[in-house]
Design a binder for this molecule. Structure first.
Ligand SMILES: [Zn+2]
Length: 172
């Protein structure tokens, strides 16, 4: 998002040179640069044996399950976001986080930082934001995630990582 006005004081931003970034919108009153950066977001595949944690939130996809995800809050590390979001949306604890790379979602200006994590205790307790959250069989997950293109890519990667042979939905 390109800023023209300061989101803090409302003043018009001026272009100032910052390191090697070229001209960047800058507020002289607040002394802050407003870089045109994407919003960081985590998406995590939680694994327990042959199971993967999937959610349903019909405001996102009507007939598709999705992986757990959430925005990184200012002041926390990305790893803390993973632990916090998993706990908030499912009530579970996770361990052994593994970073799987990132995906840029251009229409939303989001940079998705993808992880897999192992289940580390707790019982599933659904938050009010979530319609459904439960374990699915890893080998069925891609079929259940029909509309979630980014999520399916991540699950494929997870299946490969865990040594599964089938990495696509064979069901019609
Ligand atoms: Zn300002």
């Amino acid at each position: 998002m390109k800023f023209n006005y300061c989101p803090m004081c409302g003043g018009k931003l001026e272009e100032r040179y910052s390191w090697d970034e070229g001209g960047v919108p800058y507020c002289p009153k607040d002394d802050i640069f407003f870089f045109d950066t994407p919003k960081p977001c985590i998406i995590v595949a939680v694994i327990k044996g042959d199971d993967i944690l999937l959610l349903k939130q019909s405001y996102i996809y009507k007939n598709s399950k999705v992986l757990l995800s959430g925005y990184v809050t200012n002041g926390e590390t990305v790893e803390e976001t993973v632990h916090r979001e998993v706990l908030e949306e499912s009530g579970l604890k996770v361990k052994d986080l593994k970073y799987l790379g990132s995906q840029y979602v251009s229409n939303k200006e989001i940079i998705m930082l993808t992880f897999m994590a192992k289940y580390d205790g707790g019982k599933i307790t659904k938050s009010s934001e979530v319609e459904f959250v439960n374990w699915s069989k890893l080998e069925n997950a891609i079929c259940e995630m029909s509309e979630d293109v980014v999520g399916k890519k991540i699950v494929k990667r997870v299946l490969k990582e865990l040594g599964y042979e089938q990495q696509s939905c064979k069901r019609k």
